[in-house]
Ligand binder design. Structure first.
Ligand code: ADP
Length: 259
């Protein structure tokens, strides 16, 4: 008969297999949440056992992006049980726990505690956990790095963001903490014409790839600014679930992340 300590060892062993991939950016509005959601969906389609955590405690958006706003997680032995999104990705966000639109006025330790609850949940057979980080370099980032030890980080930036070195700051934070840099994704890279699909580059092309090289990390790919991506994201229908050109682009990035 296994004793309590055996159970604890078994749980620790199980917990160790969770490969946490943080998705981060230097500032907000660059498409970090959009990429996180689509990365999770694309990895699932590629056959990975993936879960999604919305670590943007103050401004959660994953419940809307993944059409799971109406779900409430249960708890077992003080651990949350993730909710299931319609596309079959288990997930947790503060939006599942607090009333929509209610402002949280929490200090660092409470935020760090909330993050712990979301990550140390009962993830079952999940092997890869995509964590949508809040923008910038604050308490949640430090807590994430120190307590939850991500296996790697994907940095998202737009072409303008790179010029403003916001992305560089995010890269530095993870680099200093020795979190492996999985690579850089350039979002809103060029404008995809909704009529003919042709992508034009109002901010020029190739800047992000060059910047990734300069910062010594792989370039994972570019996602254009496309009305369809915004429309489907708002409707809780991630483009990565589809087979069109955007779905393919997200899957190509997911393949590199999974390597
Ligand atoms: P962040 O998480 O970095 O704050 P979001 O993922 O919330 O950014 O994206 C900000 C807004 O831009 C959202 O309305 C989203 O739908 C839109 N968006 C993100 N990426 C794209 C894209 N490639 N094409 C069109 N709209 C996009």
């Amino acid at each position: 008969v296994p004793g309590v300590s055996d159970v604890r060892i078994a749980m620790t062993a199980e917990r160790k297999e969770l490969r946490i991939i943080a998705v981060a950016s230097g500032k907000g509005g660059v498409g970090k949440s959009t990429l996180s959601a689509n990365l999770a969906v694309a990895l699932k389609r590629l056959g990975h056992r993936v879960g999604l955590v919305d670590a943007d405690i103050y401004g959660p958006s994953q419940a809307r992006l993944m059409a799971s706003e109406d779900q409430k997680p249960q708890a077992r032995d003080k651990h949350l049980i993730p909710v299931q999104s319609p596309v079959g990705v288990p997930m947790l966000s503060m939006a599942h726990l607090v009333e929509p639109g209610r402002a949280l006025a929490w200090r660092g330790p409470m935020v760090s505690n909330a993050l712990g609850q979301l990550i140390d949940a009962e993830w079952g057979d999940v092997e890869t956990l995509i964590v949508d980080m809040p923008p910038g370099t604050g308490d949640i980032q430090l807590s994430m790095i120190q307590k939850h030890k991500p296996a790697g980080v994907v940095i998202v930036s737009t072409p303008q963001d790179l010029a403003l070195i916001d992305a560089t700051r995010a890269v530095n934070l993870f680099e200093q903490a020795h979190v492996p840099l999985i690579g850089l994704v350039e979002n809103m890279a060029g404008y995809a014409c909704p009529h003919c699909g042709e992508v034009s580059d109002p901010f020029g092309a190739g800047g992000a790839e060059a910047a990734a090289k300069e910062m010594g990390m792989p370039f994972l790919g570019r996602i254009p600014l496309a009305i369809d991506i915004r429309r489907r994201s708002d409707a809780g229908d991630p483009p990565a679930a589809g087979d069109d050109v955007h779905g393919q682009a997200f899957r190509a990035i997911a393949e590199k992340v999974a390597e």
